[in-house]
Design a protein around this ligand. Structure first.
Ligand code: FAD
Length: 382
C-alpha cells in the first residue's frame, strides 16, 4: 500500500469509521481505506450497551435518531445480518422534581417531531414492567420504538458490506502522523509508511483529539470512563422489558443473555484513559439497582468491563470539515451515542465528502460552535 494514493483514509475502525467507509464505498468513492491501530471494534464499539433511542432533548439528536433507527429496523435487508434489535422501548423514570420541566419540554419536542414517545403514569409503568419499584416515580416517558441491539453485529454489517463495495480495512495500523501542506491534507503516516490521500476522516472515537492534533486541529473531545456489569440469569425476569433509565441517578439496565446489563455513572471518575473496572463501585450500583428492581436480590454479578465515552462540552458530536484545513473531516465526539447514530453519521459524512453538501443540516455540529459560543445542549445523557 506504500505510496499508493487513496481518495479517503478513515482513522479508526469502530462503528463510525465503518459506517463512513460503507457509505463512501456505496456512493462510488474509488478508494477508501480504514486504518485501525488495534482490531476492528476494539474501542468503544465493543464496550457499549447497545442502546438505541429517539428520546433526546435536542432537536438535532432526535433527527439523527430519525435517520438511524429505521435503518436498524431494516438492517437485515440492507446488510444481511440480524442485529438482535429488540424494540422493547426505553422507559425513562423521573423521580425528582428538578427534572420535570426538561422532560415536559422534551415531550413537546417529541410530539412536534412525530416521535411516538409518551408520558406514562405509575399504573401504566407497572403494566409495562411489573417488577419495577415505582413508589418514588413522578412519571416516566416511554417510546416503544426505542430498544437495544448487538453492537458487534452492527459493526460487522457495515464492515462486510463496505468490503463488498471495495473499501479496505487494515488492522494493527496506527496512524502516527498526518501530512499537511499548503492548507490541505496530503496524506497520513503509519510509522515509516506514507499513504497519500485527498481526505482524512477522524473517526478515532475517544482518541479523536490526538488524531486531530496530528493535523494541528484542536478537538474538545475527552475520554470518560463508563462501566457495565452483567448479572447471572434471572429466572424471575423471563419476559421482555424496556431498557429502563433512572434519570436522577443515571442507573440503566436492559435484558442481556437471560440476565441484566447494568450501567451507572461513577461520580468519582475523572477524565482519562483508565480502562480497568472499579469494583469498589459495584456495591453502589447494586444497591441502586436492587431498590429499583427487587427481583435482582438473588442474582450474582457475572462480569464487568469499562470503556470510554467520547465526551464533548455540549454532548453532541463534531461533524464535518474544519475551517482553514481542506481535506480534514471530523466524525467524532458522540458523547455516548455513537452506536445509535452511526447510520446517520456515515451517510452524512459521505454526502459531505462526495457532494460537499448534506441532506440534513449539520452546521450546528461544526467544530467552530465552541469558539463561537454556540453549543447545542443535550440533557438526556446517561
Ligand atoms: C460503557 C459504554 C456504554 C455505551 N452505551 C452506548 C449505547 O447504549 N448506545 C450508543 O449509541 N452508544 C453507546 N456508547 C457509546 C458508543 O460506544 C460510542 O459512541 C461509539 O462506539 C463510538 O464509535 P467510534 O467508532 O467513534 O469510536 P471507537 O469504537 O472507539 O473507535 C475508534 C477507533 O479508533 C482507533 N484509533 C484510535 N487512534 C488511532 C490511530 N492513531 N490510528 C488508528 N486507529 C486509531 C481505536 O483503536 C478505535 O478502535 C457507550 C459507550 C460506553 C463506553
Amino acid at each position: 500500500m506504500s505510496d499508493r494514493s487513496v481518495d479517503v483514509v478513515i482513522v479508526g475502525g469502530g462503528v463510525i469509521g465503518a459506517s463512513v467507509a460503507y457509505h463512501l464505498a456505496t456512493r462510488g468513492v474509488r478508494s477508501v481505506l480504514v486504518l485501525e491501530r488495534d482490531v476492528l471494534g476494539a474501542g468503544s464499539t465493543s464496550k457499549n450497551a447497545g442502546g438505541i433511542r429517539y428520546q433526546f432533548s435536542s432537536e438535532i439528536n432526535v433527527h439523527l435518531s430519525q435517520r438511524s433507527i429505521p435503518r436498524f429496523e431494516r438492517f437485515a435487508d440492507e446488510f444481511g445480518i440480524d442485529i438482535q434489535f429488540h424494540q422493547v422501548g426505553y422507559l425513562i423514570l423521573i423521580t425528582e422534581g428538578r427534572l420535570v420541566p426538561a422532560f415536559e419540554r422534551s415531550l413537546g419536542l417529541w410530539r412536534r417531531l412525530g416521535v411516538p414517545a409518551r408520558r406514562v403514569d405509575r399504573s401504566e409503568i407497572r403494566s409495562i414492567f411489573p417488577e419495577l419499584a415505582t413508589d418514588d416515580v413522578l412519571f416516566a416517558t416511554f417510546c416503544p420504538k426505542d430498544g437495544h441491539a448487538d453492537p458487534t453485529s452492527i459493526l460487522h454489517g457495515f464492515v462486510s458490506r463496505a468490503r463488498e463495495h471495495g473499501a479496505h480495512f487494515r488492522e494493527h495500523a496506527a496512524v502516527t502522523g498526518i501530512d499537511v501542506d499548503g492548507g490541505r491534507v496530503r496524506g497520513v503516516r503509519v510509522g515509516d509508511e506514507r499513504i497519500p490521500c485527498d481526505v482524512v476522516v477522524d473517526a478515532a472515537g475517544p482518541w479523536a483529539r490526538a488524531v486531530g492534533e496530528m493535523a494541528g486541529v484542536d478537538l474538545p473531545i475527552t475520554p470518560l470512563r463508563r462501566q457495565i456489569f452483567l448479572t447471572d440469569e434471572i429466572p424471575a425476569l423471563d419476559h421482555p422489558f424496556p431498557l429502563t433509565v433512572e434519570m436522577a441517578s443515571t442507573l440503566y439496565f436492559h435484558r442481556e443473555s437471560g440476565g441484566l446489563l447494568l450501567g451507572m455513572v461513577d461520580p468519582n471518575d475523572a477524565p482519562g484513559y483508565l480502562e480497568s473496572v472499579n469494583w469498589d463501585f459495584l456495591p453502589t450500583i447494586v444497591e441502586r439497582a436492587l431498590a429499583r428492581l427487587p427481583v435482582l436480590e438473588r442474582a450474582g454479578v457475572r462480569t464487568g468491563w469499562a470503556g470510554f465515552y467520547e465526551d464533548t462540552p455540549d454532548k453532541h458530536p463534531i461533524f464535518g470539515a474544519v475551517d482553514g484545513l481542506d481535506g480534514f473531516v471530523v466524525a467524532a465526539g458522540f458523547s455516548g451515542h455513537g452506536l445509535m447514530h452511526a447510520p446517520a453519521a456515515g451517510e452524512l459524512i459521505a454526502e459531505l465528502i462526495t457532494d460537499e453538501r448534506t441532506s440534513m443540516d449539520i452546521a450546528p455540529l461544526r467544530l467552530a460552535r465552541f469558539a463561537e459560543g454556540a453549543p447545542v445542549r443535550e440533557l438526556n445523557v446517561i
